[in-house]
Design a protein around this ligand. Structure first.
Ligand code: AMP
Ligand code: ZN
Length: 112
């Protein structure tokens, strides 16, 4: 499958990784929208939030454990934002589920 985030997960394409374990990898976004902008992805390909199910959802809860861990390690004491874009209207450009972890500035709401 020609998936850029699968290639980052298996090391075929370089990325600045900030966390990695057996099932999850986190790396800096190429076009940061905040002083800290990390993408957290499962190593296994899941296309989008619409494709999470009973069989594959354990890694999603693990991703949120990783996000909490990174938020402490990277001193996001003032808060942070987690974003998942899903599908065309959601603005998803890479079809491998990913969570944007952003911090270092104040975010507005509602987004976009
Ligand atoms: P989304 O629009 O939610 O699908 O987000 C895709 C994100 O992936 C964007 O913020 C891009 O800047 C980022 N991105 C695309 N290619 C790469 C790459 N090779 N390394 C790091 N980030 C990337
Ligand atoms: Zn993939």
């Amino acid at each position: 499958m020609d998936c850029i985030f699968c290639k980052i997960a298996n090391g075929e394409i370089p990325a600045t990784k900030v966390y990695e374990d057996d099932t999850v990898v986190a790396f800096n976004d190429l076009e940061p929208q905040a002083p800290t902008h990390i993408l957290v992805i499962p190593k296994a390909h899941i296309s989008s939030a619409a494709d999470v199910n009973e069989e594959n959802s354990a890694v999603i809860s693990h991703i949120f454990e990783v996000i909490a861990k990174l938020s402490k390690e990277l001193d996001m004491t003032n808060g942070f934002r987690v974003v998942n874009n899903c599908g065309e209207d959601g603005g998803q450009t890479v079809k491998h589920i990913h969570f944007h972890l952003m911090s270092g500035r104040k975010f507005t709401w509602p987004a976009g």
